[in-house]
Ligand binder design. Structure first.
Ligand code: ADP
Ligand code: GLC
Length: 471
């Protein structure tokens, strides 16, 4: 089968979160299973661009409303990622350092999607599947089905994977001219609550919709930032497929970002060495259990509660643990986390920013990972943590329910709590500190989580059978 993934992120070219990890690995597993999967994404100005060789495969021009723009598609020459990787360049619009966060993001991603469909329309042999990810590629199914210029693409099957339904990319009808000519009576296929809503449009127009865990799929019907009735109405074409993780990148035995490698046999020693490096680097005391948080500092992740959780843990449990936070996001949370350094006694540190290398060292060196998410479609951090023998403390939501079983439950191995609330999180930390003191149980849980299988194998099969369900 020929499959084209369209995404705003793809690791290691450009990554802001888990979307990048998924799109950077799933196609490789689809190819290993004998399918011809490729990725197209915007050409940002990231270091990957300069450090790889590219060939020009297409050059043309098209329109965003009144504006005619040139675009080109380049392909990475040696398929370094294990699949053909195409970057779409629109001069001045996409070639910037960051993936998101510009005032003209609507124009950037509309132009990107129009150019992708325009390019696709020029292919001699069309792919069987166009697999779009999140709202940045959400207008593509509508354009393929309803724009006059792209009639040839009408029968190509489209799949939407929702990595996060909080973000929908909605914009006003004043920008309707961005979308190439279409029958105005199809307006309902673009609209949600009076706006053009790319995520809603993709849910309506795609042949199938998936999200990244079963529980999140169910949650979307009652909690999806305004799209609840739509998910309920379209439930027949929706499924949850849990993300896998890429063991070629996330393997404590081979990880290129860490120096001291380990496996489940020498985990004790291996983690101790990584922990020492971390503790030295951040002036943390080596003897106490180390709790880490890695992620976007936003409400969804419960990051706003971290400063109070840390203070309360010191106050009510005692100074028996270390905390290390890596993340960036909301300014207020960043500032509060920085200020907290003033109360640290070699037991708290933060790194505000994005740092891929540090994140690997943290998964490798920590004892526990905190994930007090309010919303978590799948969550990859807890999967990486477990792979590196770091016990996750998670709020029971979305993919965290599907991947972490509380150690008090049959076959359990992690720590789960019900609410994203300071008291619940602090109590989970208390349980973890006690667990850490029980050497044997703690070590056996470490071994257990390292042996869990969260590889892509099963999930990649599930995507393939979904594609085949169209036949
Ligand atoms: P989300 O996609 O919602 O941010 P996930 O758990 O799916 O959450 O994936 C987050 C990914 O981004 C993981 O690979 C995590 O290690 C990485 N990550 C998040 N924030 C940072 C950061 N500040 N520095 C390095 N890596 C980060
Ligand atoms: C999103 C979600 C996260 C998920 C990731 C990859 O960003 O917030 O839970 O793991 O996408 O699917």
């Amino acid at each position: 089968m020929d499959i084209l993934h369209v995404s705003a992120e793809c690791y290691p070219v450009a990554k802001a979160g888990g979307l990048g990890d998924v799109v950077g690995s799933l196609p490789r597993f689809q190819r290993e299973k004998g399918h011809n999967a490729a990725v197209v994404m915007p050409m940002y100005r990231t270091p990957y661009l300069d450090s790889h060789q590219w060939e020009l495969v297409h050059k043309s021009s098209t329109n965003l409303g009144q504006w005619t723009f040139d675009y080109s598609v380049i392909k990475e020459q040696s398929d370094t990622q294990g699949f053909p990787l195409y970057l779409l360049d629109i001069n001045g619009l996409l070639d910037r350092e960051k993936v998101y966060g510009y005032d003209d993001d609507t124009e950037r991603f509309c132009a990107f999607q129009i150019a992708v469909v325009h390019w696709l329309n020029s292919w001699q042999q069309l792919p069987e599947i166009v697999h779009v990810h999140d709202h940045h590629a959400g207008l593509i199914p509508f354009m393929m089905q309803h724009c006059y210029a792209f009639k040839r693409l009408q029968e190509v099957r489209t799949i939407l994977t929702i990595h996060n339904a909080q973000y929908q990319g909605a914009f006003g009808w004043d920008k309707t001219i961005y979308i190439p000519h279409w029958d105005s009576w199809k307006r309902g296929m673009l609209e949600w609550e009076g706006q053009i809503n790319p995520l809603a449009s993709a849910i309506k127009c795609c042949w199938k919709v998936t999200t990244v865990s079963n529980t999140y799929m169910n949650e979307l019907r009652t909690m999806s930032n305004g799209l609840e009735p739509l998910f309920d109405y379209e439930k027949g074409k929706c499924t949850g497929i849990l993300n896998g993780i890429d063991y070629a990148v996330w393997d404590p035995q081979e990880d290129k970002y860490i120096q001291d490698h380990f496996n489940s046999v020498n985990v004790q020693n291996g983690k101790a060495k990584n922990k020492k490096l971390l503790c030295d680097k951040f002036r943390l005391s080596i003897d106490k259990p180390l709790f880490i948080f890695i992620g976007r500092l936003v409400g969804e992740k419960g990051a706003d509660l971290l400063p109070q959780v840390i203070k309360d843990s010191f106050r009510y449990i005692g100074r028996k643990m270390n905390f290390l936070v890596l993340g960036s996001g909301e300014l207020e949370t960043e500032t509060r986390l920085k200020r907290l350094t003033s109360i640290a006694e070699e037991d708290y540190a933060s790194y505000i920013g994005y740092n891929e290398t540090l994140s690997h060292l943290m998964y490798a060196g920590a004892d526990f990972l905190l994930m007090p998410s309010r919303v978590e479609p799948c969550g990859l951090n807890q999967l990486y943590a477990m792979r590196y023998g770091t016990i996750p403390l998670v709020r029971r939501t979305g993919g965290l329910i599907d991947t972490v079983i509380d150690m008090g439950d049959p076959d359990g191995y992690g720590i789960s709590f019900n609410h994203t609330a300071v008291g619940d999180i602090t109590h989970a930390i208390y349980r973890a500190v006690r667990l850490h003191a029980e050497n044997e149980t703690f070590s056996s849980l470490r071994q257990k989580i390292m042996a869990l299988d969260f590889s892509w194998n099963m999930s990649a099969d599930q995507y393939l059978s979904l594609y085949k369900s169209f036949d």
